[in-house]
Ligand binder design. Structure first.
Ligand SMILES: Cc1ncc(C[n+]2csc(CCOP(=O)(O)OP(=O)(O)O)c2C)c(N)n1
Ligand SMILES: [Mg+2]
Length: 375
């Protein structure tokens, strides 16, 4: 079902390994002790299938169906985003989440409505999980009036104050400081709500990550920091840019609870997030989760992808999070192929409806050009 790979325009030709001043190189990257064994991806798939089944048996069936629906919707919606982008319907940047759906769904569907979420520019799927309609997201991508922020934000700035979705941030790591502040507000107001703050592994090298974690632990702020480690920051692999690649362990520098999670396994993400939420609601304790997945598509729609091979992408797709979840649901006798097809058709219909809405929505009127603009 996931077709993204076949459309990937990545060049098969890898660049020669470059050595950075700290001695990291592409060769060293594969010797990285925290590297997931992609060579044994199929075996891992089978093993995950067994552990997922155990978790599935403990989880409400309606919720499981909704989790699968959101993952499939995210995938199909973004495959169509790529199509309409290539047709010139969407302007500017467009960063797709394909391959990482288990992270957004596994973590956010463990939240309650009043909790907050912030993320980076790779935000379409998280926006929909938090309740922004596919129409609102697609029209925003089109820069149309019916978009969730009136067509003025575009791909990178989905937002809904009412739904507790506070962006969509373009500055790498910028949302980590804002998310820490949102968690401060939740605590200050005496709620037991939590903030989920997503960011990529490249953001961990920014000062804001370290300043925020220090403060959050010191003040016990109910922020759950979710590092979506998709292995690359634009065209730079983690191993070429980070001296210590075990991101979860970096939480220990601040005495913060931390966990390493397989981001291809939606039930594992859910489990780790539920544990973090419990800590946060109890006394505000923050958590750092490093959730390891893989970005199937380019960094953005304009990425030629000449820093990795097609083969590398294919290996990761052997552990595809949607296929894995479906296989587990089937093995646990919770859902059948017929149910999967029904979900697929629902997601296609929702995406078609969103595109029709975006096409028909007008562009914002010139009179609102300077409203909602802060400088
Ligand atoms: C402060 C800052 N520096 C550089 C950039 C340019 N930039 C945009 S995305 C990106 C890579 C970020 O990678 P990562 O945090 O791993 O997130 P991913 O794109 O993989 O989801 C960079 C360097 C930026 N937007 N902001
Ligand atoms: Mg990354």
């Amino acid at each position: 079902m996931p077709k993204a790979a076949t459309r990937q325009k990545a060049e098969a030709k890898p660049r020669p390994a470059r050595t950075s001043p700290n001695g990291n190189s592409a060769k060293k990257a594969s010797a990285d002790p925290t590297e997931l064994a992609v060579e044994t991806a199929k075996a891992e798939f089978e093993q995950r299938k067994r552990s997922q089944q155990a978790e599935i048996k403990k989880t409400d069936k309606t919720l499981l169906r909704e989790m699968l629906y959101q993952m499939v919707l995210g995938r199909i919606f973004e495959e169509r985003c790529a199509e309409v982008y290539r047709m010139g319907k969407i302007g500017g940047f467009c960063h797709l989440y394909i391959g990482q759906e288990a992270i957004g769904v596994g973590s956010m569907m463990a939240l309650r409505e009043s909790d907050y979420v912030l993320t980076s520019y790779r935000d379409h799927v998280q926006a929909m999980i938090k309740g922004i309609t596919p129409e609102g997201v697609m029209a925003e991508l089109y820069g149309k009036e019916g978009g969730c922020v009136g067509g003025k934000g575009g791909s990178m700035h989905m937002f809904s104050k009412e739904l507790g979705f506070f962006g969509g941030h373009g500055i790498v790591g910028g949302q980590i400081g804002v998310g820490t502040g949102m968690a401060y507000a939740q605590k200050y107001k005496g709620t037991d709500d939590v903030t989920l703050c997503f960011f990529g592994e490249a953001a961990v090298n920014q000062g804001i990550f370290h300043e925020s974690l220090n403060m959050a632990q010191l003040w016990k702020l109910p922020c759950i920091y979710i590092c979506e480690n998709n292995r690359y920051g634009m065209g730079t692999s983690q191993a070429r840019a980070m001296s210590i690649s075990n991101i979860a362990k970096k939480g220990e520098s601040y005495g913060m609870a931390n966990e390493f999670v397989d981001g291809m396994d939606v039930m594992a993400v859910r489990g780790a997030t539920l544990r973090a939420i419990e800590r946060a609601r109890k006394d505000g304790s923050p958590t750092l989760l490093e959730v390891r997945a893989y970005r199937y598509m380019g960094h953005s729609m304009s990425d030629p992808g000449n820093y990795r091979t097609r083969d590398e992408i294919k290996k990761h797709q052997e552990r595809d999070p949607i296929l894995l979840f479906q296989e587990s649901l089937k093995a646990a006798k919770v859902m059948t192929e017929k149910d999967f097809e029904k979900i697929r058709q629902e997601a296609i219909a929702a995406t078609d409806k969103a595109i029709k809405f975006a096409e028909e929505s007008p562009f914002p009127d010139e009179s609102v050009l300077l409203t909602d603009v802060f400088a």
